[in-house]
Design a protein around this ligand. Structure first.
Ligand code: DUC
Ligand code: ZN
Ligand code: ZN
Ligand code: ZN
Length: 484
């Protein structure tokens, strides 16, 4: 078998930085050391060699708000490898009433085009005995995480009784529940009021989803998870209220994970004001962008470890699709891109500014995600036997982000005009050079499904509400005695 050596670089993992070569064969790392030789040499002098990025939160070809997100598994994963990401975890989404197994078949078909490895979370969009039963089959298919939308009333949203039932099922199965935490009832009421008052533009999207709406839902989900005795993963943590709820839960010893998005770390709410309609609508996503104080809170969470991962929620719509919402902001498809920019943007705004270290960068873009999602050390590690999903990172390379040069299929980029310093020279997916200096080389269909079994220590949590499920003594049965 042909061997490849990555030569002369400095290895950066979540906990170590050291100079060494990496030898790869058959898709895996077979040796780490100095003076290694291989059939093929990838020059890494002056570069860092890091585990490839894992994006735990994407929506590729997602059916949503009357359309489909434009980047499918082909364009989306091409964008991923071009920016140093070697694995995505997408959300399989049954329509309410639809079987999870049917939804999984659809996502299996879509993902067959992927340029890099992938896995799925399964969404719980309705509740029944069928869903309860199918959750077990889904975990047996290597999907150990279930997503719940607390917003999008009337379509994807589940109520507290459904959350509690599903969280308890996750606890039984050793699976990890995830939440999109926004109070969907309040959002629906506020949206209707804003529209009635004539507030129809994209800025009203931000007005309709204030931070307290997210904080309340995050706190509620954490409490329900605790009652169910299960850990919790909170997707797109965008504000201090939500971060505060996660921080408090962690201090109380609960396994709760928060995931800021690169968009919320770098872009703020000014994107919605005094800008033209298209500019603001292109940045409509849920949760919306926040002010700088909330951004500072998210950066502090990454540095202190109270927030665990950086994702993208990549859900890319074209300008034409965004214009479905002219005259009614509630019809603007929610979502932004970010897959190819997550790593360079976080490096530029995090590592280059001193907000996070290189090792923390690796932790929040790869290793923590692999551990929480139960694929470590196959992914997220530079160890003998691990998959050779690697990025050779040139800290001196720079570019200006632009839709004109991006891989993503849409016609704009929310980071347009921002200069990044620190870019992948090579992205390797299971030992294959998937991209060189941003040019995609791995063929469509190279990606493989990565199975994520349930039942690790990470997926277990002790309920502090044990009395809820403990058998209760019957104190007063029957009819009251007369005269009482
Ligand atoms: N938020 C978005 O902006 N898009 C996809 C789904 C979501 O929760
Ligand atoms: Zn392609
Ligand atoms: Zn969401
Ligand atoms: Zn999402």
């Amino acid at each position: 078998m042909t061997t490849t050596v990555i030569k002369g670089g400095t290895i950066v993992t979540a906990d170590l930085t050291y100079k060494a070569d990496v030898l790869v064969e058959g898709g895996q790392i077979i040796e780490i050391g100095t003076g290694l030789k291989g059939d093929k040499v990838l020059e890494a002098e002056g570069c860092y060699v890091m585990p490839g990025g894992i994006d735990p939160h994407t929506h590729l070809e997602m059916p949503f708000m009357g359309t489909y997100s434009s980047d499918d598994f082909d364009a989306g994963t091409a964008a991923a490898v071009s920016g140093g990401t070697t694995m995505v975890i997408d959300f399989a989404l049954p329509n309410p009433g639809e079987s999870m197994l049917d939804a999984l078949r659809k996502w299996d078909n879509k993902a067959a085009r992927a340029h890099c490895d992938y896995s799925f979370h399964m969404a719980v969009t309705w509740w029944s005995e069928q869903v309860f039963d199918e959750m077990k089959t889904i975990t047996e298919r290597g999907i150990n995480s279930f997503k719940h939308f607390m917003a999008y009333k009337g379509s994807l949203m589940v109520n507290d009784d459904e959350l509690f039932a599903s969280f308890k099922r996750c606890a039984e199965l050793g699976a990890l529940p995830m939440v999109h935490a926004e109070n969907g009832d309040v959002v629906a009421e506020m949206s209707a009021r804003l529209l009635a008052e004539g507030n129809t533009g994209p800025e009203a999207h931000a007005y309709s989803r204030p931070t307290i709406v997210e904080g309340e839902a995050t706190n509620r989900a954490i409490m329900i998870a605790d009652m169910a005795g299960v850990p919790l993963y909170v997707v797109h943590t965008s504000c201090e209220e939500s971060h505060e709820a996660i921080r408090r839960a962690k201090m109380l010893g609960r396994r709760v994970y928060g995931e800021p998005l690169i968009q919320h770390l770098v872009l703020d709410e000014s994107e919605y004001f005094d800008k033209d309609w298209d500019h603001s609508a292109r940045r409509v996503m849920s949760p919306p962008f926040r002010n700088k104080q909330h951004q500072d809170s998210l950066w502090a969470g990454l540095a202190s470890g109270t927030l665990s991962c950086v994702a993208t929620d990549h859900c890319a719509f074209t300008t034409e699709q965004k214009r479905y919402g002219v005259g009614d902001f509630t019809k603007i498809p929610n979502g932004t891109g970010g897959l190819e920019d997550r790593m360079p943007m976080l490096w530029t705004y995090g590592v280059n500014t001193g907000r996070i270290t290189m090792n923390e960068f690796v932790a929040v873009t790869s290793t923590n995600i692999a551990k929480i999602m139960n694929i470590y050390p196959k992914k997220g590690a530079i160890l003998v036997g691990a998959d050779a999903d690697l990025v050779v990172w040139d800290p001196q390379a720079s570019k200006v982000v632009s839709a004109k040069t991006q891989v993503s299929s849409i016609d704009y980029n929310v980071f347009e005009g921002k200069e990044v310093k620190g870019l992948p020279r090579y992205t390797l997916s299971r030992g294959v050079v998937a991209a060189t200096e941003g040019r995609v080389e791995a063929p469509e269909g190279h990606g493989q499904f990565v199975s994520r079994p349930p039942g690790t220590a990470v997926s277990k949590a002790l309920s502090t509400w044990k009395e809820l499920t403990a058998p209760r003594p019957v104190v007063r049965a029957g009819i009251p005695a007369s005269g009482v």
